[in-house]
Design a protein around this ligand. Structure first.
Ligand code: GSH
Length: 201
């Protein structure tokens, strides 16, 4: 049995869970919640960065981060299932990188709120991160909102990024991204694991 250290709200953990489901591997993975703030949590032995997701393998090795884990799961499932071949692979990896970057920038804004008292919030820093999210969404709305034919890791990551903005930012991205709204509805209709991994605020 593989053990996924994650938390229900983690968008990167969600990427792994949805990938596992699409690859038919859900039954081989047990999910154990991790507390990234707790120094006593074994997570820090498993991943020195103390970040989730981390995947503990049957041989005791741990894989991180989400990008490595999804490659491993695809390999376990025979390879080439959620990673296309040829140029499409790089387009899919780039889409994943954009979505991961949106999630990183969104998380940093959430952490600013969590780690600093309100009077110490740095608006320039928050705006800097919010601009990344806005530019990323504008790009996805313009170029990455065509409903997928073959689902791949870029689509999974993009859905998780949009889902995280729904969870933590009240879904305000929807006002300026009608094509992405339709794109996400199509993804959700095709991927039951998306609804299954949704958490409410
Ligand atoms: N690049 C990493 C990002 C993972 C990440 O930022 N995880 C967050 C939770 S969603 C985390 O562990 N935060 C705790 C910390 O940064 O200490 C990945 O793809 O897995």
């Amino acid at each position: 049995m593989l053990t996924l250290r994650s938390s229900p709200a983690s968008p990167f953990g969600r990427k792994v869970k949805i990938s596992a489901s699409l690859l038919g591997l859900t039954d081989r993975i047990q999910v154990t919640d991790a507390d990234t703030l707790n120094p006593e949590d074994s997570l820090r032995q498993q991943n020195p960065l103390g970040k989730i997701p981390a995947l503990v393998l049957e041989n005791g090795e741990t894989l991180y981060d989400s990008r490595v884990i999804v490659e491993y799961l695809d390999h376990l499932a025979g390879g080439g299932r959620i990673f296309p071949a040829g140029w499409e692979r790089f387009a899919a990896l780039r889409q994943q990188a954009l979505a991961d970057g949106i999630m990183d920038a969104a998380l940093l804004q959430v952490y600013e709120g969590r780690f600093r008292p309100t009077e110490k919030h740095e608006p320039k820093w928050i705006d800097h991160q919010a601009d990344k999210v806005r530019r990323g969404l504008d790009h996805a709305e313009a170029y990455l909102a065509t409903p997928a034919t073959e689902l791949h890791i870029g689509h999974i990551a993009q859905a998780c990024a949009l889902g995280y903005l729904d969870l933590r930012f009240g879904g305000r991205w929807r006002e300026n991204a009608p094509k992405l709204v339709a794109w996400l509805a199509d993804f959700e209709a095709r991927v039951p694991a998306f609804a299954k991994t949704r958490v409410s605020a």
